[in-house]
Write a protein that binds this ligand. Structure first.
Ligand SMILES: O=P(O)(O)OC[C@H]1O[C@H](O)[C@H](O)[C@@H](O)[C@@H]1O
Length: 581
């Protein structure tokens, strides 16, 4: 099946090519026919909540017409755009939907000549916060605090840190001039920006949830500070929006087609969606992961997205897999032949070619439509994220306790070996003790990974500094586990993934085997105004997440490395290598 490569008056559309096994291809055709005959696309655009669960979905569809509304309003960003150009660096503080979209833009476009370098801080890891700070010249930095709710823990702690650093360096008045807020009307952040005299305040649309917000001020204010051509960016999204309208034949509607493939794949048991983002688009998978996992991963079902780097032999992938490969025109992907081999072997593959860097805005809109289509096919509410909230509550309880007591509740490992401590809730610890051949690290890891059955996935949840060294070892681990278990292996850095794939891990199907990886902090970093530091926040977030995983009956093990995450990961990799041998 080939979707449209039609031309919008002003913008060439990204192309789509689906290579599907016959059973899936036929079911997709039936799903498209259903959308056509039941007029479902018209209902989607009419914001008919009955398409999903009949609850408040109609109030969350502001993203449908945001490209057009922003196009009318771009002049409101002109003054900010000019001001931002004076800085050498722009630092955005935010989580999930408030950071992943800007990160895609920053990495897809790179630094524009004559414009600031763009940095994103979406972490509570002390080492990583320090590394971000060291990578910029704070005296030449503009800070964007981005949060729809204004109440998210991480950006607020990061604001306290970077604001204090700016005050120490430049004085209170100039520090306030370096702050820009993006938030929803009426939030605590709006009040803060007004009382503290931030340089600027931009308000979002409360009818757009975080993960659907990239084409609203949450993406466009950062894009303005990067020096991007906003008219062209929004124009690309408008072209895709036009192509996704109900009057376009179902098989040629790029959003509906992608959504129909994902939904039908899911219905046929293909719940692991691997996203290969080609050169120049490599941050896109992280954004799409959040969109799909938070939107569909609930009430015991959903798509488990995997933002993947490496392609293996077709035989290591099971019948639970679906692949999407995005490439940027003119930037060949060295993995193309290996991905084609997957299709040749009968695995479903969707190819998307993005016409140019601005074409990434088309994909934002296409994937939002596709996600709404999947939500409709599943009969779920694709605009809430109930299980993210539960982990936040569990973490907040712990940080509150720390503010009171000055320490986190004591905990005891159920095993300590080779310099690594293993923790788990009672049920998981008992299950592992019962199945491990001996009380050693290697045998316990073997027992835990041995819990992975057909159709399961393994998720590595690393509450470690995210950097090239840790990523490299974790990627190797991922490959080793995948090739040995034939299961999909997800990788997420905490707390970042908590605002993304964390939803499906806790709220989706119980088919995940979780390895949470934590470390001691070599040096704590204080959060100004709080008793706790960043390291305590990160520890509380890891514990909170683990508690919710355990409460949901997930197979989970926490592996605690020493204070050196790289040396600890190497020890863990060696032990996992022996466990899988
Ligand atoms: O923009 P904020 O209100 O700070 O929210 C940031 C993120 O927080 C939560 O984790 C939500 O699940 C995400 O969807 C959201 O994007």
């Amino acid at each position: 099946m080939i979707a449209s490569e039609a031309q919008h008056p002003s913008q060439k559309l990204n192309s789509t090519r689906t290579l599907l096994p016959p059973a899936l291809d036929e079911a997709v055709a039936r799903e498209l026919a259903r959308w056509r005959t039941e007029g479902r696309m018209a209902r989607l655009w009419a914001r008919d909540a009955g398409l999903w669960t009949g609850s408040d979905e109609g109030r969350w569809l502001g993203w449908l017409d945001i490209p057009g509304r922003m196009q009318q309003n771009l002049s409101s960003l002109a003054g900010f755009r000019t001001d931002a150009q004076r800085y050498a660096h722009v630092l955005l503080l935010g989580m999930g939907g408030s950071s992943l979209g800007p990160e895609v833009l920053a990495r897809t476009f790179g630094t524009q000549p004559g414009w600031p370098e763009f940095h994103v801080a979406d972490t509570t890891d002390p080492t990583q916060v320090r590394a971000i700070q060291a990578s910029l010249d704070l005296s030449q930095t503009l800070v964007i605090l981005s949060s729809k709710s204004g109440s998210t823990l991480e950006p607020n702690a990061l604001k306290a840190h970077f604001h204090k650093a700016l005050v120490d360096l430049l004085g209170a008045e100039e520090a306030a001039r370096r702050l820009v807020a993006i938030t929803d009307p009426g939030s605590s952040l709006q009040r803060l920006a007004e009382t503290e005299n931030f340089q600027r305040l931009f308000l979002g649309d409360p009818e757009i949830g975080g993960r659907y917000s990239v084409l609203s001020p949450f993406g466009l204010v950062p894009a303005a500070a990067m020096g991007l051509d906003l008219g062209r960016l929004v124009g690309a999204a408008e072209a895709m929006a036009a192509a996704c309208k109900p009057e376009v034949p179902a098989g040629e509607n790029p959003g509906l087609l992608l959504g129909a493939v994902l939904a039908t794949g899911l219905a046929q048991g293909r719940d692991k969606l691997t996203i290969y983002s080609g050169p120049g688009l490599d941050a896109f998978g992280g954004w799409a992961e959040q969109l799909l996992a938070e939107s569909t991963g609930k009430i015991g079902r959903g798509i488990v997205p995997i933002d993947a780097k490496q392609v293996s032999e077709p035989s290591v992938y099971g019948a639970d897999r679906l692949f999407v490969h995005l490439t940027l025109a003119g930037r060949p992907d060295p993995r193309a032949a290996a991905i084609q081999a997957l299709a040749d072997a009968g695995h479903p593959v969707v190819h998307i070619e993005v016409v140019d860097t601005y074409g990434v805005a088309q994909e934002f809109f296409r994937w939002e439509i596709a996600t709404a289509v999947v939500g409709a096919a599943m009969g779920i509410h694709p605009f809430d994220q109930p299980d993210v909230e539960s982990a936040k509550i569990a973490a907040r309880k712990l940080t509150d306790a720390y503010e009171q007591e000055g320490s986190l509740p004591a905990e005891t490992p159920f095993l300590e070996d080779e310099g690594i401590k293993l923790f788990a809730d009672e049920a998981n610890a008992a299950a592992l003790k019962a199945t491990a051949r001996s009380a050693t690290l290697v045998d316990t890891l073997k027992a835990h990974l041995g819990r992975t059955g057909t159709g399961d996935y393994v998720a590595l949840l690393a509450f470690l500094p995210m950097n090239a060294a840790t990523e490299e070892i974790l990627e190797e681990l991922r490959l080793a586990i995948r090739d040995a278990t034939h299961a999909a292996v997800c990788l997420g850095f905490g707390p970042r993934f908590l605002h993304s794939t964390g939803q499906v891990y806790k709220g989706g199907a119980n088919n995940g085997v979780f390895v949470q990886i934590t470390c001691d902090e070599a040096e704590e970093l204080p959060v100004p105004g709080k008793r706790y530091g960043f390291g305590i926040v990160k520890a509380a977030q890891a514990r909170g997440d683990f508690a919710v995983l355990a409460e949901r009956g997930r197979r989970a093990l926490r592996v605690h490395l020493g204070p050196d995450p790289v040396a600890g990961l190497e020890r863990l990799a060696s032990a996992i290598g022996r466990a899988l041998a």
